[in-house]
Design a protein around this ligand. Structure first.
Ligand code: WQD
Length: 344
């Protein structure tokens, strides 16, 4: 009998890659998504890669009655990986109430229903954005949480606190919080990848769309930061490496191996790369010349952040393995596939 895992946001960028790794690891997956920011065709890609089409229900986690019906219909769900959330930093500044309602209520609904259906654990998708600009680098899980730079970042901080308080109140489930750095790339099969709706907010899809000629040029938001080349530094982590960490985390929960009621891990490579490093590496591995222009800083950007991944490496037995070269090449191959399929 396979262990049943609910993946919310299961057709999204990180969610879809995690569904593949869960199925490869022998879990039975129930994927839900409201399809606001993803497409149901992603299920075809998941099936092509793993040979299994996950159970899928179009459902919004803000619909508590719908969630209750789901848990009733698919009895025996043991663990949840909760990806479903709005995640665009800039959009959250423009529309904060959408972010607070969507990101907080969806989590609260899940936490509220878990005891009734015997769900043993929840893995929560958090972000290094909770650290703001760390005082010390690389940043560890013990670094102070800074005042959020955006409503998006604030929702991640508040959700972490909601989990801490709820688990502390004595519910009989546990949680693992995963703080991602910058997820990039696509599955090596080129069957699934990042497919942002509209104009990309994040760097890598904008890079690949510029190289493809979809965007006229890439704006580099500032080269006057206190870094080796003046552009911002981030810890770019391969999305498949990230997905594999989720399988380890949910297995730790359902196998009762957690060492605390709530555990928190940084998921990063431990290497910081600047925007200009990324551009140079992309051009090197693809042979494409990127049209970019240095412009002013983007509001809300922090200067530099990269992870100290030792705790996740040692405690979870997980390490990011893919190189940034291979990861950028995978993003480019995905962009080429989207053109070949006439999608963009
Ligand atoms: C990376 C760097 C930009 C676009 C956010 C969230 C994080 C996660 C990823 C969800 C920055 C620069 C970008 C462009 C640029 N969210 N940039 N030109 O802001 O580090 O992280 O998205 O999972 O939680 O905080 O990611 O890709 O937007 O930016 O110069 O067109 O690239 O200034 O330095 P960010 P990003």
């Amino acid at each position: 009998m396979k262990t049943k895992i609910l993946v919310t946001g299961g057709t999204g960028f990180i969610g879809s890659h995690t569904v593949v790794e869960l199925q490869n690891a022998g879990f039975e997956v129930i994927a839900i998504d409201n399809l606001w920011n993803s497409n149901i065709e992603v299920l075809d890609g998941i099936e092509k890669i793993s040979g299994i089409r996950p159970i899928f229900e179009k459902l919004d986690c803000n619909d508590k009655a719908g969630l209750e019906a789901l848990f009733t219909k698919h009895s025996g769900i043991k663990g949840i990986i909760h990806f479903a959330a709005s995640k665009a930093v800039g959009e959250s500044v423009q529309n904060p109430l959408l972010y607070y309602r969507n990101n907080l209520v969806s989590l609260i609904n899940l936490l509220d229903l878990m005891p009734k259906f015997g769900v043993e654990g929840i893995v929560f998708s958090s972000s290094c954005t909770v650290y703001g600009q760390p005082d010390e680098l690389p940043v560890t899980e013990n670094a102070p949480i800074k005042v959020a730079m955006s409503p998006y970042g604030n929702t991640k901080q508040i959700c972490e606190e909601i989990i801490q308080d709820t688990v502390h109140s004595g519910v009989d489930y546990k949680s693992i919080i995963l703080r991602y750095f910058n997820p990039i790339g696509s599955h090596p099969s080129v069957e699934i990848g990042e497919l942002p709706n509209g104009v990309p907010q994040n760097l890598i899809p904008f890079v690949t769309q510029t190289a493809m000629g979809i965007r006229e040029k890439l704006s580099v938001y500032g080269d006057d930061y206190n870094t080796h080349d003046g552009s911002c530094i981030r810890d770019y982590i391969n999305v498949v490496d990230l997905a594999k960490a989720h399988v380890i985390a949910v297995n730790r929960l359902v196998e009762g191996k957690s060492k605390a009621n709530v555990e928190t891990f940084n998921l990063g490579t431990g290497v910081g790369l600047s925007v200009l490093d990324i551009i140079r590496t992309f051009e090197k591995v693809t042979g494409e010349k990127l049209n970019y222009q240095i412009v002013g800083r983007r509001e809300g950007d922090i200067e530099k952040v990269w992870a100290n991944p030792d705790y996740a490496n040692n405690e979870l037995g997980w390490t990011a393995k893919e190189t940034v070269e291979d990861t950028l090449l995978s993003a480019w191959k995905w962009q080429l596939k989207l053109r070949e399929k006439g999608i963009m």
